[in-house]
Design a protein around this ligand. Structure first.
Ligand SMILES: Nc1ncnc2c1ncn2[C@@H]1O[C@H](COP(=O)(O)OP(=O)(O)OP(=O)(O)O)[C@@H](O)[C@H]1O
Length: 254
């Protein structure tokens, strides 16, 4: 169970997210929507304890800020938009980093069992043939899958996904979300994700929160939160009419 109470955080003493209250049960996912700059990534970074906060974030009654680094990494894993700059590690080395929370030291040599966990997860995302390749030599979509394998290897209780599907073509967007959501459900994990694509949110979310200026203005199941009028108000455009129009065009395609 993840319990967030009266949470505020931001940068340089200015609160970006304000008075957030949420609770999520194991095996459930929640997606965050809202316009650019409303605080979605800031909320994820706060739950990952990357930035300081006021209020409380408890996993199974343990305050996130009280956990040491390895314990925190066993509890919470963040997969962000893959940046253009990453270190020149191989696929195998990158996924191995996911096992750091379970190692004794930073440069521990992996046991046979640990190596098998790493290989198993590389295989899960279909990258075995690339395992010794440098990640700098892979496509954006392949790199995204490497980081997914690293997250699986890390095996945290709470998975934070910050726009994980950018760089991916439609097939891989759907595949990645299906994969990670099914994996999380089968292992009783919590997912908190940020997605701009409201169609994907409709399809994958158990529940949704809508943020505006750092505050939750709507919270509930996708049908209620992705309400035409509310979307119009927050995004300042009639998204629902636009989507329906597009769907009608698809109907005309042979
Ligand atoms: N490291 C930082 N230092 C100072 N201000 C920041 C920092 N990161 C984000 N901000 C500010 O906090 C606000 C919220 O940013 P955040 O990235 O959380 O929004 P977001 O909803 O994820 O946006 P987007 O949809 O564009 O990704 C913005 O005004 C942004 O400029």
């Amino acid at each position: 169970m993840l319990e967030i109470k009266n949470l505020s955080s931001g940068y340089d003493g200015v609160d970006i997210i304000k008075n957030i209250n949420l609770s999520i049960k194991k095996g459930e996912n929640l997606f965050i929507i809202g316009p650019n700059g409303c605080g979605k990534s800031t909320l994820l970074k706060t739950i990952a304890n990357i930035i300081e906060y006021k209020g409380s974030i408890k996993i199974d009654d343990k305050e996130i800020s009280s956990l040491d680094r390895k314990n925190l990494a066993r509890r919470v894993g963040l997969m962000s938009q893959v940046s253009e700059i990453y270190f020149p590690y191989t696929v195998y080395e990158t996924v191995s980093l996911g096992r750091y929370p379970y190692s004794k030291g930073i440069f521990d040599i992996l046991s046979k069992e640990e190596k098998n966990i790493v290989l198993e997860n590389i295989s899960k995302v279909g990258l075995m043939e690339f395992k010794d390749k440098m990640i700098t030599e892979l496509s954006g979509g392949q790199v995204q899958r490497v980081f997914l394998a690293k997250l699986f290897a890390q095996n945290p209780d709470i998975i934070l996904l910050d726009e994980p599907t950018n760089h991916l073509d439609l097939k891989y967007q759907i595949e990645l979300l299906e994969y990670v959501c099914n994996w999380a459900k089968s292992k009783n994990k919590i997912i908190i994700g940020v997605l701009h694509d409201l169609n994907l949110v409709h399809h994958f979310a158990d529940s949704v929160i809508m943020l505006q200026n750092g505050e939750i203005i709507s919270n509930g199941n996708p049908k209620n939160v992705l309400n035409g009028e509310k979307l119009k108000e927050v995004y300042d455009i009639d998204i629902k009419s636009f989507m329906v129009n597009v769907l009608n065009k698809w109907e005309e395609v042979i």
